[in-house]
Design a protein around this ligand. Structure first.
Ligand code: SF4
Length: 766
């Protein structure tokens, strides 16, 4: 059994289909349960009363924005879980590492590793040792400096970022890399919304969404495509519930009938907890996996037909003529696309698509929201651009209640990109950075995640550093990623908790434990706050409130600055020590380096922070044509062999990215098991597979077969020919080279697979 397989040692597990509305009393119970189990009710409740408050700390969960008027309990169940995980009382001490060899820890599951607790002191694994051992901070920084200074080329170093790093840490981190001389800055968004950034950048001139949270109060139609807000952005349901109550049309587009898109009960509406909840989706389109281009073109085709039958009454001609380019080519492409192909690919009937098209044509203001269900496809960029095409037809961009809304995952993933965490920075960004800091940034592009892993495999990376994150579990082809990391001379992980990536150490490896978002950060000038940017471009403060899990912990900016000082010494115009004495110093340099941060330190101290400029939101499109760009995309090739199913990887409800909170997924009715495959009952019976039966799953890419074992059949309401399973368990089935065109986002939502009974004598679940 290879190291990254979650052993099938869970106890008794069950399937109990979810009934009724999502959230409600159950989410309160689960929040209390996790809080009691980890930080304890007293400390946990104190923290929960400070999360997402104006002078509190930003939730380390997702990037959904905070409303102007916050409730005293401004968090959701998964926010409570994220905080509980960070504020746990369990500790991973140097003694723990002495007791547990790296090889023995490799047999632990992601859940077990995470539940071991917060790492309390820096540890090192030297030259092939079997265990990590204690190291002092100074020796750790010296070891980093020694390796980074001895590189024959700065491109032999790679600096990976997880989207939880604050603006201040991310800015210093990219400055370290660029001062050293490399743009090797892969980050977690390469694996999630890179298709959004690439797609939007080309057609509206900015790689970010255009709506504000307030726009949800004015939209009369909201699409939620390839997204499961009930688990991944739960407070979004408050905005959708208000819209639904206002009579807005909410169109859910998802192969899986996600419970929270059906009905939602707001946990903070005590008087309604016993009710049946609010119906969210007015229409639920269970699209075939990969069928989004066809679906969006089908709706557009219906809109063009409506325009043709009442010329001048449907399309926003003034906006199209004055502010867009490429309209005629797009119109011709859609009008020549035939309905049978659209219906076959989307899996949705012409009648339903025409009905949605009619609703769209009648709606005044429309928002389209999306997540990984659109981006993690070979045609991920086309999926995103088809959303923009549809919005442009009726000028649904850059006005109240309308626009594009890619909902980001990690709490500051958008902020990190704004800070320069990008392997393909623009000349304008680098020129302004160089002028502000006195460095000379490299101009050649660096490695994204896929390229960084390939480079490590080829021995082209001596030093791999990760600012947060868990690349081995997050990336496709996990085993290759683990082996690639082991090629490095030094791996450096800045982390709060133990994870799989630590257990694939370079020849030498450091784990540098950092403060969490909930914890107080004291520097020379006193207590510091950091800043983050949410999905809608609002930059605001986050003030740690609790006593750090260990007095040995250091903040991310502190760790990055000390590694920089140890590696760059005097050959840099940057006074790293000065930067971290007071994070205002970092923000002063950010203000000079990055557009939109004028008076940064003053404005971020104002209530709720400030909104970054967003040209497309003001109908200023910084595209090649200076206009919003219609784009033309053919229907993608979705063909698979007859005996293949199309697998998509998903999160369970007890999971946030690679952090596993528990073994249940109550909205999908699975309890006590993560190695499951959701499959259409007919697809199961055609393969002679019964509910609960243990199966082997294979995928084949470029002639290479990949396999995972000990998954279990869960019959589910999912389009025939489609299947779903959780990541990271299913990530070994995704080939590293199977990624989206242009954005390199892994195709984790479209993996052709075969499913076989693993052990004929296996007793199916009764
Ligand atoms: S919606 Fe996201 S940011 Fe808000 S509390 Fe929940 S997990 Fe945290």
């Amino acid at each position: 059994m290879s190291s990254d397989e979650t052993p099938d040692r869970e106890g008794k597990w069950t399937i109990r289909p979810h009934k009724g509305a999502a959230a409600g009393l159950a989410s309160i119970i689960h929040s209390v349960r996790h809080t009691a189990a980890e930080p304890g009710l007293l400390n946990g409740t104190r923290l929960l009363l400070q999360v997402n408050q104006v002078d509190g700390f930003d939730c380390p969960g997702c990037a959904w924005p905070d409303p102007k008027h916050r409730s005293i309990t401004e968090f959701c169940e998964n926010g409570a879980k994220a905080i509980a995980e960070e504020a746990t009382r369990d500790r991973v001490t140097p003694e723990f590492f002495q007791q547990h060899s790296i090889d023995s820890l490799l047999k632990w599951t992601d859940l077990e590793l995470g539940k071991a607790g917060r790492i309390t002191e820096p540890v090192v694994r030297r030259n092939g040792d079997s265990h990590y051992e204690r190291i002092t901070w100074n020796d750790a920084f010296a070891l980093c400096g020694e390796h980074l200074k001895s590189l024959s080329s700065p491109d032999l170093a790679t600096f990976y970022t997880s989207g939880r790093a604050s603006n201040e840490a991310a800015f210093l981190y990219q400055l370290l890399a660029r001062t050293l001389g490399t743009n090797n800055l892969p980050d977690c968004s390469n694996m999630c919304h890179e298709s959004s950034g690439t797609g939007l950048g080309e057609v509206i001139g900015i790689g970010k969404g255009t709506v504000t949270l307030e726009d949800f109060d004015h939209a009369d139609m909201i699409f939620v495509i390839g997204q499961n807000p009930g688990t991944n952005h739960p407070r979004m349901l408050s905005a959708l519930q208000s819209a639904a109550r206002r009579g807005a049309k909410i169109i859910a587009v998802n192969p899986l009938r996600e419970a929270a898109l059906e009905r939602f009960k707001h946990p903070q509406e005590a008087f309604r907890l016993l009710g049946k909840g609010t119906r969210i989706a007015t229409d639920f389109l269970q699209v075939r996996v990969g069928g989004d281009v066809a679906l969006l073109q089908g709706i557009a085709k219906a809109v063009f037909a409506a325009e043709a039958s009442a010329p001048g009454t449907v399309l926003d001609h003034e906006f199209i003529q004055q502010q867009t380019a490429g309209f005629e080519a797009y119109k011709n492409a859609v009008q020549t696309q035939d309905w049978p192909a659209i219906v076959a690919q989307s899996g949705i009937t012409q009648t339903r698509l025409e009905a949605i098209g009619a609703q769209y044509a009648a709606a005044k203001s429309v928002i389209i929201c999306w997540a990984m269900g659109l981006t993690q496809h070979k045609h991920g960029v086309a999926n995103v651009q088809e959303c923009i095409n549809l919005l442009l037809l009726r000028g649904n961009i850059g006005r109240q209640g309308a626009g594009a809304c890619p909902v980001r995952g990690h709490s500051n993933v958008q902020g990190d990109r704004t800070m320069g965490i990008w392997d393909r920075p623009s000349e304008a960004f680098l020129a302004r950075l160089d002028k502000a800091t006195g460095i000379t940034s490299p101009r050649h592009h660096g490695y994204n995640v896929v390229e960084a892993i390939q480079a490590m495999e080829e021995g082209k990376v001596d030093v791999f550093m990760a600012l947060g994150g868990n690349l081995v579990s997050a990336a496709p082809d996990c085993e290759r990623v683990g082996a690639a990391l082991e090629q490095c001379a030094l791996t450096i992980h800045v982390s709060t908790k133990l994870n799989k990536s630590h257990l694939h150490p370079g020849k030498s490896s450091l784990i540098l434990p950092c403060l969490g978002r909930t914890e107080v950060d004291i520097q020379a000038s006193g207590s510091q706050f950091v800043t983050v940017e949410n999905s809608m471009g609002v930059v605001h403060q986050s003030n740690g409130k609790s006593t750090p899990a260990s007095q040995e912990l250091r903040s991310e900016p502190d760790i990055v600055a000390h590694i920089a000082a140890a590696s760059l010494g005097k050959v840099t115009p940057i006074d790293w020590e000065f930067m971290i004495q007071n994070y205002d110093h970092i923000r002063d340099v950010i203000e000079r380096s990055i557009a939109g941060f004028d008076n940064y330190n003053k404005r971020v101290r104002e209530k709720g922070g400030f909104v970054l400029p967003n040209g497309a939101r003001d109908r200023t499109f910084s595209t090649k044509t200076g206009r919003a760009q219609f784009s033309v995309h053919g229907l993608p090739n979705l063909a698979v062999d007859d005996d293949e199913l199309i697998l998509m990887t998903v999160r369970s409800h007890d999971q946030y990215n690679t952090t596993i909170y528990g073994l249940d997924d109550r909205y999908r009715g699975v309890y006590g098991q993560r190695r499951v495959i959701f499959i259409h009952p007919e697809d199961a019976s055609e393969r002679g597979l019964a509910p609960g039966q243990r199966v082997r799953i294979t995928s084949c890419f470029d002639g290479k077969t990949r396999m995972v074992e000990s998954f279990h059949i869960v019959p589910f309401d999912i389009p025939k020919g489609t299947a779903a399973a959780y990541f990271p368990e299913a990530n070994p089935l995704v080939a590293l080279e199977s990624h989206a065109d242009r954005s390199y986002t892994p195709t984790s939502k479209f993996i052709p697979i075969r499913v076989y009974a693993q052990d004929p004598s296996d007793t199916p679940l009764t």
